[in-house]
Design a protein. Sequence first.
Length: 287
Amino acid sequence: MKIIKKIEEMRSWSGEQCGKGLTIGFVPTMGALHRGHLALVKLSQSKTDITVVSIFVNPTQFGPQEDFNAYPRQFESDSEKLQKENVDVLFAPTTDDMYGSEFQTSISVKEVSKGLCGEFRPGHFQGVATVVLKLFNIVRPQVAVFGEKDYQQLLVIKHMVGDLNLDVNIVSHPIVRDSDGLALSSRNVRLSQEEKKEALIIPATLARAQEFFNKGEREIAKILTACAEFIDREGSLNLQYLEIRDALTLKSISKIERKAVVLLAAHVGNVRLIDNCILGSDHETSN
């Protein structure tokens, strides 16, 4: 595995591979890699000739009260994991290289960024869209793979690619979960054993929504009420939001008539966790 830290070297290397007619797959990460990240890597490898993984803890997507400094950084162990997965290139730029002292440009994907994490993390998705566009321009992939756990982020990236006519195919991978149902996240390492037990209320709440949907309920208010009652009954959860929205547009809905998504964010101790589940299909019809 080749480790590249300089932007121009990365661009030059990608140009050489494209000149050979090879396709490049790309998995952007902030490190602290787990099985979920490695699943993205495998998906990229199945679709392209070469896979590049980036590790860059992007400061512009963290708010002033958020955990940028506390975000886990495990470059050596991450490198070893990627080496074992036969990743072709690990791209690890510095903050100074990515954002010079005169940097002043940002990308805003307006509508799909509204509400949910966009409400509670102002500027977050501008930071995400900007750094992803920069990485696309540097790595120049034909395919980029993102996880569905960050569902709103996934739609932000898809809209940016479509709106700006970027020549990259966005592929998503379903949420990877631990054996107990908890969605894998780099932040999980900061949970105590007791907090991990508390966090299991999150996937259990989503399962409750799925259960009501499977029984034929299509009214959003009734499903959310059942979920709220479940949370109150099962234990304390510092809920930030729990919503059901149209899965393709993230617009608010009152009734499920096609594919919808249940989105949840909560603090467990000092750790903010997000999760989601899909209800229905593109061809869902109301009862």
